[in-house]
Design a binder for this molecule. Sequence first.
Ligand code: PDD
Length: 282
Amino acid sequence: MIVYYNGDYIEKKQVIISPDDRGFLFADGTYEVIRVYHHRIFRLDNHLQRLRRSLQEIEIDHMDVSFLRETGETLIQRNPEIARDAVMYIQITRGAAPRHHEFPDQIQPTVYAALSRCPVERNQIVRGIKIILQPDQRWGRCDIKSIALLPNILAAEEARRQDAYEAVFVRDGIITEGTRTNIAAVFNGQVHTHPIGHHILGGITRDIVLELCGKMDIPVIEKPISEEQIMLADEVFLMGTTTEIGPVIQVNEIKIGEGSPGPVTKQLRKAFQGLIDNPDQY
Ligand code: PDD
């Protein structure tokens, strides 16, 4: 497996990361997960735009990330087998320096990018999935794609233990998002989802779904959904780079709708598949 590390394309096992790297010591960095379908990078511009924003918010802002397009293309060429259906992971940390909390002077960011197989199988989700609700113990800037993911990891592990695909966070009685997905619910043919702000990540898949809703005349209401309301939804679905659009048929022990993927979710999944199948839409 050939990966990108600080300007070089090398075997993954040859990557040497300093124990002083602030990603390792402080989780002082940001990341992106981008889908690669049929050897092409899906919605790269949107991901790079979000990466620029995260970098700006955490003040690693002297870096131009435009070169990552070429990096992605080179990784696809060097790893053709995997690039049929993969994820491209990019991580940028502030860099390596002796451990002090404040930003060190003259530090070079550490940049790593690699392809790997998508961790989600489509047939794992197509018939519908269970989610559990968990308290949102994260910080106040969930809009920044921080590599500090401990609350997400703990909640995801709890979901696994309860045979659920995903854990979805609840903050002050409001459904925010999943550990690695955004969430929406359908009430009377209208799609409801949490508005953009500091309590959720502005998901690229969420943006695409809202775009598709616009094209398909499906009304969208960007308004918080309460913990009580979600149990009464006609349909619920997750949105994310690895999950795509995941039909939710159970929340905790409560069945959603008919207990099978609903018509709006199915319609959106079909339209999303249409985008994947059409590289002009990338
Ligand atoms: N997660 N919310 C959170 C907290 C996320 O971590 C993600 C993505 C999303 C969905 O965003 P997008 O549609 O841009 O993938 C929402 C990635 C896939 C991950 O951490 O693996």
